[in-house]
Design a protein around this ligand. Structure first.
Ligand code: UDX
Length: 443
């Protein structure tokens, strides 16, 4: 074990980002203390249970706990005493209608940690924040810490995708660090020395650029999805097929095929709120027109939900009142139980509000969906959800739905009608079993 591996790290915030970061660092050999203000979450993690669905994470938490390299606490004093490097991994949700980011958790992490920093320490933010936040926090940290200017702050955004969090943490496609402090750079290089040795790019920038890299990346991804969804809108009325269009575009390696999947659009805890916070920040900085295209990106994305509902309405031949609608999927994407800004649940709830009896099934997100939308019906299997349905809507492309047998499901529904909101099924195959198949952007 090299010296760097003896570095002690605290990870503040144990949500998707923090819990994954903490467990991966323990796996890499570091001594890690995860901290959260939520006692219940810490109790769960201490007993080896992960409070959310993230493939591959539970075994890492278990082995970290067993080796003693991974521990959890609710005490900032303990974290300050224990660690040389503190990683801030708390959430920055959307604040209100303005779309701006709520920085209260980030501010509070610094405010509560700083008074305990009596020796030189490095604090590095991983959360997604509006550009300019880190510089403010660095000053706040130095002012509040007994160590003064020896308590230094850098910013190193994460790019992990839910469902691939472990993989994206252990093998990121790049590491970005905003700092002008040699001590901060040394600590963060020590953290990722294996990854750097493997050739993963390590970019050192100023604080502002590091903050911007993250929101720019998410804005680009959201734009790419909305671009192909705009093409889907045009394709539908022009008599074209957006799936063939996307495939043809993807062979141009300047465009590429990733994030060019047309359908119900993006949701989740990152892309929607990050583009809104980015626009709000641009407005504050006086460069609102530079990002006004993101308003269109958001609008295209919302229109996909409305269009899906329209297609379902057409299929049942008029109003929803009294109809039975099966919704397959509640999570914002497959391999996740996250329902934050889930397009699937949004569509399900809207259809229910229009008078339909909506029954939802999802392989992982049922519990969360039930809590957020008690007005919907829930089934504990795909078969249960589609029983007697007048129309089936596939809204999250779990493998279980992609691989569904149209004959078998056909025997359960009242009418063989399906809206494929994720372009996940083979239309020819489904039509051959007598289904009326409709999708976004196709004839
Ligand atoms: C995203 C970024 O990918 C990640 O780098 C960042 O750190 C956090 O935000 P995540 O929210 O986990 O990650 O989801 P992602 O896999 O990016 O998917 C976002 C949404 O876009 C999902 O709702 C997905 O269904 C949708 N999507 C994705 C499409 O509609 N079409 C596509 O082609 C790709």
């Amino acid at each position: 074990m090299v010296e760097a591996d003896r570095m002690r790290v605290s990870v503040i915030g144990t949500g998707y980002l923090g819990a994954t970061t903490a467990a991966c660092l323990a796996e890499l050999g570091f001594e890690v203390l995860g901290l959260d203000v939520d006692e219940a979450k810490i109790e769960m993690l201490r007993s080896g249970r992960v409070p959310f669905f993230e493939p591959g994470l539970a075994p890492l938490v278990a082995s970290g706990l067993e080796s003693g390299r991974l521990r959890f606490t609710t005490s900032f004093a303990e974290a300050a005493e224990f660690a040389d490097l503190h990683l801030i991994c708390v959430g920055t949700p959307q604040k209100d209608e303005s779309g701006a980011a709520d920085l209260s958790y980030v501010n509070s992490a610094v405010d509560r940690l700083a008074p305990h920093l009596t020796r030189p320490s490095v604090v590095v933010g991983r959360s997604t924040v509006p550009v300019g936040t880190a510089a403010t926090l660095a000053a706040r940290l130095a002012a509040l810490a007994p160590a003064g200017a020896e308590a230094e702050l850098g910013w190193s955004p994460e790019f992990l995708r839910e469902g691939f969090g472990v993989e994206d943490t252990l093998r990121p496609n790049r590491i970005v660090l905003g700092t002008d402090s040699p001590r901060v750079e040394k600590a963060v290089r020590a953290l990722w020395h294996r990854q750097v040795d493997e050739g993963i790019p390590f970019l050192v920038t100023d604080l502002q650029t590091a903050e911007l890299v993250k929101v720019a990346a998410n804005a680009f991804l959201a734009t790419k999805i909305s671009f192909i969804n705009a093409m889907a809108e045009v394709s539908e009325v022009a008599g074209a097929d957006v799936i063939q269009l996307a495939e043809a575009l993807s062979f141009d390696d300047r465009i590429g095929g990733k994030f060019l999947g047309p359908g119900l659009g993006f949701g989740g805890g990152c892309l929607p709120k990050d583009i809104r916070a980015f626009m709000a920040r641009a407005d504050e900085l006086g460069v609102e027109p530079a990002l006004s295209f993101l308003r269109e990106v958001d609008a295209i994305n919302q229109r996909r939900r409305a269009r899906t509902i329209d297609i379902a309405r057409q299929l049942i031949g008029g109003g929803f009142a009294g109809s039975r609608v099966a919704v397959l999927g509640a999570a914002f994407k497959p391999n996740s139980d996250d329902i934050r800004d889930s397009p699937a649940l949004d569509v399900a709830a809207t259809i229910a509000s229009l008078g339909a009896q909506v029954t939802v099934y999802d392989p992982a997100a049922l519990e969360r969906a039930r809590e957020a939308h008690p007005e919907l019906n829930y089934a504990d299997s795909m078969r249960g959800a589609v029983a007697d349905a007048d129309v089936v809507l596939l809204l999250t492309e779990w493998a279980e739905f992609r691989e569904a047998d149209p004959e078998e499901l056909g025997g359960l529904v009242a009418r063989r009608r399906i809206v494929d909101g994720r372009n996940a099924l083979d239309p020819t195959f489904w039509r051959a079993s007598g289904w009326t198949y409709r999708a976004l952007g196709r004839q």
